[in-house]
Structure formats: structure tokens, C-alpha cells
Design a protein around this ligand. Sequence first.
Ligand SMILES: Cc1ncc(COP(=O)(O)O)c(C=O)c1O
Length: 364
Amino acid sequence: MARPLVAEINLKALRHNYQLACQQSARDQALAVIKADAYGHGAIQVAKALEDMAPAFAVAAIEEAETLVAAGIKQPIVLLEGFFSADELPLIHQRGYPLVIHSSWQVDALSLFFKQDNQDQINPLQIWLKVDTGMHRLGFAPDQAVQVHTLLKQQPWVKEIILTSHLACADDLNNPFTQQQLSTLFRLKNQLGTPVSLANSPATLGWPSACEGWLRPGIMLYGASPLKPGHPLGDQLQTVMTLKSRLISVRQIAAGEKVGYGGRFVAKKPTQIGVVACGYGDGYPRQAVDGTPVGVRGQVCQLAGRVSMDMMTVDLGNLDNPQPGDEVELWGPQIDVNEVANHCDTISYTLLTGLLPRVKRLYI
Ligand SMILES: Cc1ncc(COP(=O)(O)O)c(C=O)c1O
């Protein structure tokens, strides 16, 4: 029998979530963000599952785009950080990848590349002009963006310009900063008359005014809501990944006995401890505290003791007659990945993208 840890990926749920994102866009303009191997779900399989629905995809770098092209994906694939060095430009040009431009050095590199290239063979590109509306990570300051826009409009290698920006606080629906960011971008849009792209998942779900132009949903496609539970749209998301394993051993310990490295968990009373085949060598976070929920045979139990490389130990509570082989859910429809993340002082994004290749992905 093989090690029982698998990540089951429900492609029907993925399609449902993508559909939900599209419904928030007046023109069904939602590109599916599938960078970082589709947040750990497998970029090729996710792209193929959405191929008949998504008009475009987005990734972080040309290597990720090339993997998709090699797998036969035909849709435009937006490079969300553009290029990292000028030697990527021949391939970007050849494939016609739409790309973000966030810095002057990129404009200079593109101008130089097309000056050297034969003008007759120019295949003009769709440029996503990134504006820093307050996140202060990537992008041109609004005034500078106007100048760059003017310059780009004159270039034969520019087919279309989309103004884009990233929202820093959209997951907090009470934070006025999002409205400030939106106002800045819409002011530029009106001045320049260009299409826009603003909405990540929290904005797609919670900020209807951001849902103009191209939406860029990522985490919501995978069913992890970036908003607090109770949000009418966030609650409609369906879980895509179920990380499951099995108990491989069960023991009874006496009150006062300790479990695992450092003896972190100390039993207050006689306790049944189950050992699960899953550990930090699979990507399950070692920071998980005692009490992190773990589903065993449908019952919510609690992590007890430090996570080891290949195993973890669980207080099975009053579970009736637990046995090696009993099914365990680390996260999935019963155990919300956001809740696990809260117990690990992190976010669902890191848990999903952090799942290591040794965990088999099973597509259903
Ligand atoms: C530029 C950009 N757009 C969209 C997304 C998708 O964000 P989310 O996963 O929160 O939907 C990301 C993710 O980090 C991003 O960097």
C-alpha cells in the first residue's frame, strides 16, 4: 500500500468558482490567475479544466507561461510582473504574451529591443501599464503613468494599453484605503480613456465598484475565501483541494504523558493519540499549534504535539474505536484551510502554494 497522503483536486468546484468570478464582471472578463502552479493545484490541469471558459490566464513569469504553452494552452497568458531581464523579450515577442510594465527600465528595454528588431516583423503587444495607486510595491506613480502612457501610445510595438493596479487592503471591507486606490485609478482611466484591471479575489467578491474591465481572481478560484465567513459571495465558493491522509497508528497515553518532539503536548487526562501520515516534509506547516483542527473519520479532532517531517499526532478525543487506516482530512470541505492557516499564523495562500511535489495530486 502506498503512503496515503493525497491532495484531491475537485475540478468541478474550480469551474463553479471561476463562474462565480465571471458573474461579478459585466462583460465576463475574468482571467484566471494560475501562477505558482495554480496556487499548488497544478497549473496545466487547472488551465485545461478552465480552457473552455476562461478567455485568458495570468502567471508570474515567462517560465510558467511556457509550461502552459507546451501543454497546448492557446489562450493569451498575461505576465503579471512583465519580464525580469531583456533576454526574455525575443520569446515574449514571438509568443505575443500580454505583459505588465511596472518600471522605466522595462520601457527602455522594450524600446531598445524593437529599435534593433526589423520594424516590418513587429508583432504588437498588449501592455498592462501598472500604476502604483498606494500599495507601493510595483508600478508607476499616477503622474508618471500618464507620461508613460503617452509614450507607449506612440510606439508601433504597442497594440493596446490596459491600466492596472493592485489593491493592498481589499480583504478588509471596511478599509477606506481601497476606495482611495480605486478613485486614483478611475481618475486616470477617465483622463486617458483606457480599459482597466483592478480586482483580485477579495475585490471581485466584496468591492463591486472594482469589478470593471479585466478581473484577476486567484485564491477564490481554489475555493478559499479571502473574506471573513458570512459574506454572501465568499460563502458560495466551493473547496477545490482536499488534503487527505490516514491514521497509521493509534495509542492510548496516560495523564501527564507527553507527545512528540520537545514533548510540547502534555495529556491532561488519558488520551487517544492518532498518528497521521502528513508532515512538514509535505508542506504542512510546522508552526501549527496544538488545537489546530484535523478531521478524523468525519469528526473534528485537534493537533497534539509538534508536526514532524512525515507525521503528525492528533488528540482523537472521544472518537469511537479509532483504527489505523481511518480517513483524515487536513484541509478540505470539513476543515477550512483558512482555519488551519489561522492556527499557523499564516494565510491560506501559503498553505496551498506550500504543498510540496511529493504530495500526489489526484484530479476528480
Ligand atoms: C497582480 C496580481 N493580480 C491578481 C492576483 C490574485 O490575487 P488573489 O489570489 O488574492 O485573487 C495576484 C496575486 O497575488 C497578483 O499579484
